[in-house]
Design a protein around this ligand. Structure first.
Ligand code: ZN
Length: 141
């Protein structure tokens, strides 16, 4: 029993020293590996050669990034990825909020600056003041 424990412990420390100074897993790697998994699933139904090849390539890129020692460069890639996907992540967060608050709040979009406005439900006809641009819209809640 102890031998197995020690074996795992030494494996753990080996992994740790192997990963030392390497970049590791980040949001971009997560995206790449999820896309790879999706390719495998799609490949089960159509064009298996193409999608499995693509999945393999994506996994290779993910591996390369994880074990890379060029941390600066990987961070730059991650930042660019996060910047580009910011609108999408904002949208996802809004959808989630809309869903969670669906019983208590209504969401409107400001007619001028398109900001999302969250107002309590069931208050009748109300004037909504946009905190961003100051425009006022009248809505029934
Ligand atoms: Zn506005």
């Amino acid at each position: 029993m102890d031998r197995i424990k020690n074996w795992f412990r030494s494996l753990g420390s080996k992994m740790q020293s192997f990963m030392y100074g390497r970049y590791g897993y980040d949001e971009l790697s997560q995206f790449l590996s999820k896309t790879a998994l999706l390719c495998v699933i799609v490949g089960l139904f159509a064009y298996p050669g193409f999608f499995c090849g693509l999945a393999m390539a994506l996994y290779l890129v993910t591996m390369f990034r994880m074990y890379s020692k060029n941390i600066m460069k990987r961070k730059q890639e991650r930042d660019a990825y996060l910047r580009r996907t910011q609108p999408l992540r904002d949208w996802q967060a809004l959808q989630k909020r809309k869903f969670n608050d669906r019983k208590t709040h209504k969401f409107y979009r400001c007619s001028q600056c398109k900001t999302s406005l969250r107002v309590p439900k069931g208050k009748g006809k109300i004037k909504i003041h946009c905190p961003k641009c100051g425009a006022e819209i009248v809505k029934k809640t």
